[in-house]
Design a protein around this ligand. Structure first.
Ligand code: ATP
Length: 246
């Protein structure tokens, strides 16, 4: 389990995250919702070790990783797909994927991981020699996730993976993310696409101005008036989101 206690991040005088406590279990998907500037990326960066904490602690399967550097967190099986994907644009698909496997030098194991990623994303296999920058937005997102999977993560942080993708591709991508969680990975998904992401998540967290203002089962948040008004278009509340009657 990833467990954060009272996580706070301050940039200069701006408090970007304040006392955020959350738990992410393996095999589950947690979606983080919040408006622009709420602190979602800061949360991902704090978990991956890219920004220092002003306060609080992070435990990974019981081990305190609060002061551990990013590469060690990856070795401890916490992988991140950052916003903007962080690919090496001139490098081929297979070289980008190979970089994700830096945590292991077992060639056979890495080959098996590569094959399993190609089963999840056959398009990457078809384009393995192609430069990352010449791939479409959706393909680049697959590559960024594939690269993170090369480290065989137990936990995966995804920062707005649907950014720039068409609605159809987004639904496909979310199905794949769900499958990754179903294989036992604990997924934290930062998203603007509240409607689709709440459908695939177990748990949801709502952040406003650096604070958690609501959290609970995703199904519950789908019918929360505050979530509907802020993220799902209040006007379509009854049409889209009436709770099922049974
Ligand atoms: P978005 O959905 O627009 O990506 P977000 O919820 O991911 O937003 P963050 O990127 O975490 O928000 O930013 C939270 C706040 O912290 C914002 O007000 C932002 O301007 C500020 N911020 C982020 N990074 C820095 C930084 N390096 N220095 C100063 N302020 C920062």
């Amino acid at each position: 389990m990833i467990e954060t206690t009272d996580l706070s991040v301050i940039y200069g005088r701006h408090v970007a995250l304040e006392n955020v406590s959350l738990k992410i279990e393996r095999g589950t998907l947690t979606v983080v919702l919040g408006s622009n500037g709420a602190g979602k990326t800061t949360l991902v960066n704090a978990l991956s070790g890219m920004v220092p904490l002003a306060n609080g602690s992070i435990k990974l399967d019981g081990r305190d990783i609060t002061n551990e550097p990013p590469h060690l967190r990856v070795q401890l099986r916490l992988a991140t797909v950052p916003q903007g994907r962080g690919l090496f644009p001139d490098m081929s698909v297979e070289d980008n994927l190979a970089l994700g496997g830096f945590v292991s030098d077992d060639k056979e194991e890495l080959q098996q991981r590569l094959e399993s990623i190609f089963r999840i994303f056959p398009r990457l296999n078809e384009r393995r020699k192609q430069a990352a920058q010449t791939m479409s937005g959706g393909e680049q997102q697959m590559l960024a996730i594939g690269r993170a999977l090369m480290s065989a993560p137990a936990y995966l942080l995804l920062d707005e993976p649907s950014l720039g993708l068409s609605p159809v591709l987004t639904i496909e991508l979310f199905k794949t993310i769900r499958k990754i969680a179903d294989r036992g990975v604990g997924v934290l998904l930062v998203e603007q696409n509240a409607l689709q992401s709440l459908k695939i998540a177990e748990q949801a967290i709502l952040i406003e101005i650096g604070r958690v203002v609501d959290k609970g089962p995703a199904a519950g948040l789908r019918y929360d008036p505050a979530v509907i008004d802020a993220y799902l278009g209040g006007g379509s509340r009854t049409k889209l989101l009436s709770p099922p009657r049974d």
